[in-house]
Design a protein around this ligand. Structure first.
Ligand code: PMP
Length: 356
């Protein structure tokens, strides 16, 4: 038995793996891997996946849902060139992924203004009380910082068009899509296998940007016109995302997932706070419910190797911190059951009772 706390690609529901495996062997007589993306059976999958995203997030009328490629990394560029009108853009720098978006926006000639940053404390907190100038083309932020374990607890207040990278917390909690003009997220956390990148875009935005260049593939207006089928889509990733969205809706939807995620995070942070061996560098009010970052208290640093062997022997996978931060990071994505968190918490307790 393995307990997968990996940061992404990551755990998905076992039932989804089983259905996906069946689809590889038999999808209406063919394999899902060999069916034409123009065949009506796949077109139906794409349409259902787009529709289920709308249901899961209560996407209001006037928004389009697209499944594209390139990962969230291409989203850095796609968001910039589809939102710029040649003026200033505001960015909040909360770490590696937000910095990547800043870098790529500059590369395509956007006049980037970093309005706030938490770089002074190695991105262990979320900047507060951010002043948003009213003359921005758009404001950009990353809702959950996968590497550091920080998360915006509220949507950033903005009177300019709002763009958000939700790669690592989409579908984990309720959001009000109407607050945003453009949301995007790599599939490989709470949605499905790596390959697809989800875009949720206000239709009013489409075709209004004036970037210095606009490759056809990256033009969201064209992608919308073609119903997310401008070229061959990531067929398997879309198929499994559809299966996973069905499962999400059948198990109470995003609201129920949020309640389960709150319970998992409370259990693990409770242990980190109570356990003398461990601590976290992340500001308490900014703790992520998806990626829980923790370290050994300085006094106990020498115990890392022994602890690593202990959790590996217990079947725990993927809690080593990102190479840029060290320490530990346990990701609590939707598909991870509370019982897996309990296994980790019991192991931490037991280790402390022997060592503290
Ligand atoms: N943004 C966030 C918040 C991420 O967690 C990641 C990576 N998991 C990325 C962007 C980059 O995503 P990708 O590897 O899909 O390009």
């Amino acid at each position: 038995m393995k307990y997968n706390f990996g940061a992404g690609p990551c755990i998905l529901p076992q039932t989804v793996f089983e259905q996906a495996a069946k689809g590889v062997l038999d999808f209406n007589g063919l394999s899902i891997l060999e069916v034409s993306h123009r065949h009506k059976d796949f077109v139906a999958v794409m349409e259902e996946a787009r529709e289920l995203v709308k249901q899961a997030l209560n996407v209001p009328k006037g928004y389009t849902v697209l499944f594209l490629q390139g990962g969230a990394t291409l989203g850095f560029t796609i968001s910039a060139i589809n939102m710029t009108k040649g003026g200033k853009a505001g960015y909040i720098n909360t770490g590696t992924w937000a910095s990547g978006a800043i870098r790529e926006a500059k590369l395509v000639g956007v006049d980037v203004h970093v309005l706030a940053s938490s770089e002074d404390k190695n991105f262990t907190y979320i900047p507060k009380n951010i002043e948003v100038p009213s003359d921005l083309d758009y404001l950009y932020y990353c809702s959950n910082n996968t590497i550091y374990g920080t998360q915006f607890q509220e949507t950033v207040k903005s009177n300019v068009p709002l763009v958000c990278d939700m790669s690592s917390d989409i579908f984990s909690k309720e959001i009000n899509v109407a607050d945003f003009d453009l949301i995007y997220a790599g599939a490989q956390k709470n949605l499905g296998p790596a390959g697809a990148t989800l875009y949720i875009v206000k239709e009013d935005v489409l075709g209004k940007a004036t970037p210095k260049f606009m490759p056809t593939y990256m033009n969201l207006a064209k992608q919308h016109e073609k119903d997310s089928m401008l070229n061959t889509p990531p067929v398997f990733s879309v198929y499994v995302s559809m299966l996973n969205l069905r499962e999400l809706l059948a198990t109470g939807g995003v609201k129920a997932a949020e309640e389960r995620n709150n319970a998992k995070a409370a259990l693990l942070y409770g242990e980190i706070d109570a356990n003398p061996l461990f601590t976290t560098n992340v500001a308490k009010e900014d703790r992520s419910k998806m990626n829980v970052s923790f370290v050994f208290d300085e006094k106990y640093n020498g115990l890392e190797e022994e602890f690593n062997k202990t959790w590996q022997d217990a079947g725990i996978v993927g809690i080593k911190g990102h190479r840029s931060t060290g320490g530990y990071r346990a990701s609590l994505y939707n598909a991870l059951p509370l019982s897996s968190v309990q296994v980790l918490v019991d192991l931490m307790k037991d280790f402390a009772s022997k060592k503290a």
